[in-house]
Design a protein around this ligand. Sequence first.
Ligand code: ATP
Length: 543
Amino acid sequence: MKDFTPAAKIRARDLKLGRALLVRNFQEAEEAFSRAGEEFLLFEGGGIKGVISRLVWEKAKLFGLKLPLERLVFEVPSLSSEEILSAPQLFRLLKNPANRIIIEDSLFSLKEWHLLGLKEEEPPLALSFSPAFRDLRQKALSAAAYTGLARVFLVGGGVRDMVLGLPVADFDLMVPEKVTPFAQNLARFLGGELVKSSLFGTYKIAWQGLEIDVTQSRWEYYEAPARLPRVFPGPLVWDLFRRDFTINALALDLKTLKILDPFGGIADLGARRLEILHLLSLVDDPTRIFRAARYATRFGLKPSVNFKRALSLALDLEVLSLLSPARLKNEVFRILKEKDPLAPFEWLRARKVLEKLPTGKDFSFSSLKRLLAGDLPAKREEILEALLLLLAGEALVRWGVPDQKAKRLLSGFKEIAKERDFLCSEKVPLSAKVFWLEKLPRASILAAWARWPELDQPLREALAAFEVRPELNGHALKALGVPSGPLLGKLLKRLRAAKIDGQVKGRKEEIALLEKEFSHVLAAGSTRLDRDDGSATGGGDGA
Ligand code: ATP
């Protein structure tokens, strides 16, 4: 009997329980999968050694993919028979998305690990918990007990952030069953509001300015690339396996405070590695490519070999073109929320992802860079529109911008393009530029600013002047005796132009200007400008 105690060193040869089924092409895989009950086959050829999973092979058939088998190979740790490792070292190697390691011509699985009586020896992680989490945990455990649930988990990015020692912004809770009564009870225990329930039996609770998602563990499958998945109740491990990357396939048991990490997410976080769960992950859901760009740049992760293979497969199969415009827009928006939104775009560009997207013929990365590095005043939604304008050009609707809006954005952008000389001319007063530009969408202006460096100064000045208002506003002029009507509007516009162009400073000068330029009309309208006692102050929003 071999000594398999945790302290013992194990020779890889001692774990060999038989030869694996070795396949070299689709036909052989078909035969092997249908005749043997194996979930994983061994593949060797063309310089690659790895495993083919039944799940991926079936999916490839379902999607009608005509691919050489080696494109579906997932690489897992490979040991020579003579290698000697400690039990914890071996266990860590087994915690990969296939839960298999290769020992020469055999596969060794996590199941066999347990069959041999080996224990999981995981040193506990030192996590630090925020007061909000402690409070939530207590209430979630009480709600679980009240609902008759033995377990409740924190899952996904929240666990990842805890492992990294980062503040947790999103709390996603998961229960194995009874999600509706649990969510209701939790909302009551927290004194929070159950705000929304959605497809897939997902609930949201608004609590102390945070949003808590509550779901039931589920399995999902994709009927075609880039479609939304079909969802079924399923066990916890399946729920973790359906996720995008190993670093997010983590669950924290709220009772024991132990992390469930069946696919090696914690080791990947430690190694700063971005690993997928299976080879068709990015074909199933190409939005994961954008998610990858965000995580890789946010956490400094290096894509694994498997990730690179999965990405090249997804790009070759042109799956990005199957994404709905709304999903595409949402992913761009999520990138914009990153601290450094340029980095994910550069990451995507370096991996030739951008060129697979519906970009316009004039798209230049330098303009996107200028926009994102820019410091022009704008709301995030306006920056998003400007960015889409730069990326998509005429193809804006393919990025989820509604038709009418797309037309307005595009025509504004084109008008600015045509009027560059006017905007750059020093002979044209700034106010004339401002009045012309103000009629156009802000996103068109931002995009034009990023596209043509010569517009930097003129547009910067104009945008700053958008906020300029004369001291005398509509009320003030009325109080001074100007009747309501077109004349009032005309005077206000003149005052604003004068202020933008630096001709007047302060209300006295504004009154003087009106008296000088409009004395004829003002006299006819019997104004009291000359009797102003200072009670009519302005500086508001003009007309
Ligand atoms: P972020 O830190 O950017 O907010 P997050 O990890 O909290 O990211 P969410 O988009 O809030 O991510 O999703 C929560 C969890 O749901 C993820 O951690 C991941 O496990 C899973 N998930 C989300 N989107 C996908 C997807 N497209 N495919 C697979 N799993 C996903």
